[in-house]
Write a protein that binds this ligand. Sequence first.
Ligand code: MG
Ligand code: MG
Length: 256
Amino acid sequence: MIVRKTASELEKMRQAGLLVWRILQKMKEMAAPGITTLELETAAEKMISDAGAKPAFKGYYVPAAGEAFKFVLCTSVNSEIVHGMPNAKRVLKQGDIVSIDTGVKLDGYYGDSAITVPIGEVSEQTKKLLRVTQESLELAIDQVRAGNRLFDVCGTVERHVKSNGFSVVREYVGHGIGTQLHEEPQVPNYVDRKNENPRLKEGMVLAVEPMVNAGRPEAKVLKDRWTAVTSDGSNSAHFEHCIAVTENGPWVLTRP
Ligand code: MG
Ligand code: MG
């Protein structure tokens, strides 16, 4: 069942979303050659606790991993797609890209967003990967409208990515969000005709999160049981926003 939110619930989700946005702005400022992903984690964790919020990921149990995640951020560098773990030994260097994904729970409601940040100067191909992934999210956001269907969102990401020569990850998907971090429906970055294709209605909130590989689409999980990487070693980018369906069109909760 897809839970629809009232206006006052959306206002709470908005506050959670803006906190996530502020954290990611800070992460973007900090991400530079020489910094470790654990330093980003420490700063993000402080912002969450200072705001009186709870981290959405730290303590989140995932059956496939057999344990709870230990960090407030996922930091996924270069060929890491998602679920990379902050690490004191992971020093970011010129030419890297790092996906920073975080979520919070504030006043009972979740926010969840991700950005991929270039570290110093990156290659033209990598700039294109970041640009196309971000564009695919923006185009998809515009589809989050009452009367459209879920496949309008999924297919928009898939078409834009493929027409630019990149591939979408199939193993990981976006999701509904609200009082739970992951609610129905699943929001793949491709159209899977075997899935249901519900009509979007006012009050629904989707976390849309294109994960785009420069090379082949396949993913595998490292021995740490969390970090998903591209199986061909190509770079991967990830952007995410939470978007509410409203009578005035899409409302991106995770940015001002
Ligand atoms: Mg998400
Ligand atoms: Mg996320």
